[in-house]
Write a protein that binds this ligand. Structure first.
Ligand SMILES: C[S@@+](CC[C@H](N)C(=O)[O-])C[C@H]1O[C@@H](n2cnc3c(N)ncnc32)[C@H](O)[C@@H]1O
Length: 222
């Protein structure tokens, strides 16, 4: 049986999250990835949309879309991250933050025009399919799911990133990197991520965003 690593990832973000998610000391390739992701979202998300970010961290994406969306919801299971976001967005009434595991959130069905999961967060989930079901549940019919994952070519960069942050690799099993500190990073081939989404009745467009990442976009049909 593979143990649920969710609590380890949570502990990791409680302990390192603040520093880990700061953009200083990140390898150039990761900075390029995040920049490309932001440009992609700004080109896609329409004015006045309702948007939720699964695993919102320090609110990088919520900040990006602050003047674009009518409703912005961040969900994260790390109290530290949530505190940070609550403070950051306290003057913005259209931003809400929920402390919750993304496998089962307190959000109602069919609310969002866009349900996001960025910066390879999807690859750290123990039960990605459960998260995907939850993403679909909260998205409006005709709404979109957008998520980005590390590509199969990201291994060296991810290892370099961990090293630069003092995070130690425990083991690498297939395409999954487990760290001693608790974070987990899964790399996907284009076909793998496409098939995973297709199992949930999604017909995703999967594109290479940059050398180390893919971005997937799928319309939710209900
Ligand atoms: C790599 S960070 C990404 C932050 C943000 N999405 C961004 O793009 O800057 C991953 C975040 O996902 C959160 N996370 C990981 N697994 C989670 C889970 N099962 N439920 C809720 N949040 C989770 C972590 O606490 C962390 O803040």
């Amino acid at each position: 049986m593979i143990l649920d690593h969710t609590h380890k990832v949570k502990k990791f973000y409680e302990r390192f999250g603040e520093d880990f998610l700061k953009l200083e000391y990140l390898p150039e390739e990761v900075l390029d990835y995040l920049k490309a992701e932001e440009e992609y979202l700004l080109s896609k998300i329409r004015e006045g949309s309702k948007v939720v970010d699964f695993g919102c961290g320090r609110g990088r994406i919520l900040k990006l879309l602050l003047n674009r969306a009518e409703l912005l919801v961040g969900v994260d299971h790390s109290r530290k991250m949530l505190n940070y976001c609550e403070e950051l967005f306290k003057k913005h009434k259209h931003v809400r933050c929920h402390l919750s595991d993304v496998r089962s959130t307190p959000l109602r069905d069919d609310i969002f025009d866009y349900t996001l999961c960025m910066y390879a967060t999807f690859g750290s989930f123990h039960e990605p399919e459960k998260v995907l079901k939850e993403m679909i549940r909260v998205t409006k019919p005709g709404g979109k799911i957008i998520l980005s994952v590390y590509s199969e070519d990201a291994l060296d960069t991810v290892l370099k990133m961990y090293e630069s942050k003092g995070i130690r690799v425990e083991r690498i099993e297939g395409n999954v990197i487990y760290t001693k500190e608790g974070d987990v990073a899964r790399l996907f081939s284009k076909e793998e991520i496409r098939k995973l989404l297709a199992r949930h009745n999604l017909n995703p467009r999967v594109r290479r965003l940059c050398p180390i990442a893919y971005i997937c976009e799928a319309e939710v049909l209900k």
